[in-house]
Design a protein around this ligand. Sequence first.
Ligand SMILES: [Zn+2]
Length: 384
Amino acid sequence: MIDRERLKNFLIELIKIDSLSRRELDVAMRLKRELENLGAEVTIDNAGEMVGGNVGNLIATFPASTTTASQPLLLSAHMDTVVPGEGIVPILDGDILRTDGTTVLGGDDKSGVAIICEVLRVIKENRIPCSAIDVVFTICEEAGLIGAKCLDVDRLRARTGLVLDSDSVGFLFTRAPAANRMEFRVHGLEAHAGVCPEKGINAIKVAAEGIAQMKLGRIDYETTANIGVVEGGMAVNIVPNQVILKGEARSHDPEKLKRQTEHMQHCLEAAAAQHTLEFDGKRHQARVESKIDRDYDRMDVPESAPIVQLVHAAARNLNLDVKTSATGGGCDANVFNQKGLVVANLGTGMREIHTVNEWLDLKDLYLSAQMVLEIVKLNAVGNK
Ligand SMILES: [Zn+2]
């Protein structure tokens, strides 16, 4: 029932509309028109103002068309794409959609958006009975899930559903790590590098010593850590007095996340403690200012959750093998779960995302759309 040609063409159309984070207006307007034509009531929330973007999250509500007591279902994807993502030229090579190598494809997450729209079209055309459906197309997922964070979930009827924002159609992600975001300011002491370096504390050196002691990368099977940004220094002839380090840690285990975060902070503090100076009767000491924020909580949807069972049942009906799995990445589903909903993340076929080599196999896209349609159908008959 999925119209492959229409789905493919709509995906390509969406990919050609630029929508970097905070600049999703054009694609949101296109989707608003599409969803209203399908009979939804569409609103746009004030998340755009809250995050400094040009449009908010798009919320579309479809009434139930069945008398069966079925649960309202959430279908969600994000409208924004990462850089470089302007002027994308999608190239179709058989069933493979790729780019000209200068931008991402934006299949992350336009594929999820296109699948949801196609499923809703099929439902309308074929008058398929279904539960109430809430569609949420978020902004700024790639900017730290901040569109979803601003979403007032009380505006939704659904308490469970799916985010379509991962690669393999064969996996339903039900577990994702919690993450901490860190910013460390390492303070040294400024001095002329040639005239009086003994009156300076080199903040770059302090930061380097601290980082050298840090366990980073893959810490264990469920924990990772990274220092991703280093900024500091004014000129080659000035002993630098400040370095800013930005990093993150993620873990499926909250206790391990806490330990890793403290470890990173401690490494820098220990390095700073090694750098003291005394002159002109004054004592100077390198020091570290730490700003640590919980980026998002973990996602941990149990196997027994109705949405997981629904996905398994749909996969069985289509003779597909879909496994529940854990991911190392965070997505809007983390935020939805944090807000009390039960939401898992289903694959769409996107590959090598966040690179200019991003590509997508249309066969996977069609399969994912069939899955979502089957899930909606099963949900309508109250299948648990
Ligand atoms: Zn994504």
